[in-house]
Design a protein around this ligand. Structure first.
Ligand code: ASP
Ligand code: MG
Length: 417
């Protein structure tokens, strides 16, 4: 019997009707002869509501208690999906992340999976059950307090699903969501965006990093490392969606595969920093320790022994970053810290960018033709990112989508594989 791991996101489980719909999908897959492990997110906006509830109690919740609160969202949905399957006559059992053998380190709120002990899941499958696993969570194994529940960070159910698919050597790993797959751009920003039948791991990783919100970054990473092919599909249609996999046809494809847009950006500038060794460390270590992702970093040319350092952080983390940095900025003798929240990032991504010159020039030229000012630039081997004014984001994205001909369908040979 083929083993299939399916993951259903929060919007696919938002109410009783949708839970019943998911149960019917799972039952159909089982009738087709598969064994199933089904990973679920919390219903709808449950996680957001729980976070908001905690915030009404305290500005600074204890991370351990926060995890104990957040795991309950996925407890609910997993039990309800199991019940819905029972009403269809399908034997099913729901498990917490800990019961499913997901062992993590002890970093509450952003725990990393240390290993997966599949014994219980394997037993349940052997007994004929569909196994419903509460996503986004695990428990600690070898610290002084074994068995503490942890969460894997927002969107972590994707990571649960890919980790289980890897460990169980599943025949398929399917991420069900409320969109049909991965598009060349966010269709809400670029209406011309086109569904990609296939995308490589590295490209998907860059898109996810740069703001494509369909898949959690870590889940893509985990899939890549373990060579798990991941299908991203819609819960509400039979469309095959997008396959994330090593892509042998990369040479025949459009060199730019997609673009990402991200409004969750703020630019921080530390003005008139004394130009001496150790300054960058003093600024960035506190941010790293707090788990705040710093992106584009620019240090200007030094005048009179001082320099300006600018970088971006997620806008949602700006307040925290400010609180951490303001004392540091004073101590190091910099003049001030300023922040700009009216910025956004647009990125082009494609494995073909790395060995073909001219992509940066074409990107900058396209933005120039639109009269859009570029404030900062960053690149990787397969990505070019420009930071621009947020008000220009949609115009920039549509112009780039046209300039790189992303609306053109895939070549036949590639699509057929
Ligand atoms: N419920 C969690 C969240 O909203 C995990 C997930 O949906 O994957 O972030
Ligand atoms: Mg989610």
């Amino acid at each position: 019997m083929p083993l299939v791991v399916q993951k259903y996101g929060g919007s696919s489980l938002a109410d009783a009707d949708r839970i019943r719909h998911v149960a019917r999908r799972v039952a159909a897959e089982r009738d087709a002869g598969s064994s199933l492990v089904v990973v679920v997110s919390a219903m709808g906006d449950t996680t957001d509501h729980l976070i908001e509830l905690a915030r009404q109690i305290t500005r600074d919740p204890d991370p351990r208690e926060m995890d104990r609160l957040l795991v309950t969202g996925e407890y609910q949905s997993s039990a309800l999906v199991a019940m819905a399957l029972h009403t269809l006559g399908v034997p099913a059992v729901s498990l917490t992340g800990a019961q499913a053998g997901i062992r993590t380190d002890g970093s509450h709120g952003r725990a990393r999976i240390a290993n997966v002990d599949p014994a219980r899941i394997v037993r349940e499958i052997g007994a004929g059950n569909v196994v419903i696993v509460a996503g986004f969570q695990g428990s600690t194994a070898d610290t002084y307090a074994a068995g503490e529940v942890t969460t894997l960070g927002r969107g972590g159910s994707d990571t649960t699903a890919v980790a289980l698919a890897a460990r169980l050597r599943a025949d398929r790993c399917e991420i069900f969501t409320d969109v049909e797959g991965i598009f060349t751009a966010d269709p809400r920003v670029v209406p011309e965006a086109r569904l990609l039948p296939v995308i490589g791991y590295e490209e998907m990783l860059e898109l996810a990093h740069q703001g494509a919100q369909v898949m959690q970054v870590r889940a893509v990473e985990l899939g890549w490392v373990n060579d798990v092919e991941i299908a991203v599909r819609s819960t509400f249609s039979d469309h095959p969606g997008t396959r994330i996999k090593e892509d042998p046809d990369v040479e025949q494809r459009n060199k730019v595969r997609g673009l990402a847009t991200d409004r969750n950006v703020a630019k921080v500038t530390v003005v008139a920093v004394p130009d001496r060794p150790g300054i960058a460390r003093t600024l960035f270590v506190p941010l790293a320790d707090a788990g705040i992702n710093v992106d584009v970093i620019v240090q200007n040319v030094s005048h009179d022994g001082t320099t300006d350092v600018s970088f971006t952080v997620p806008r949602s983390e700006l307040a925290r970053a400010r609180r951490l940095l303001e004392p540091v900025v004073g101590e190091m003798g910099a003049r001030e810290l300023t922040a700009d929240e009216s910025v956004a990032k647009v990125s082009i991504v494609g494995a073909g960018i790395q060995n073909a010159p001219g992509y940066a020039a074409r990107m900058f030229g396209t933005l120039a033709d639109e009269g859009i000012n570029i404030e900062m630039i960053s690149t990787s081997e397969v990505r070019i990112t420009c930071m621009i004014n947020e008000a220009d984001l949609q115009r920039a994205a549509r112009a780039l989508h046209r300039a790189f001909q992303l609306e053109r369908p895939e070549p036949e040979v590639a699509a057929a594989r």
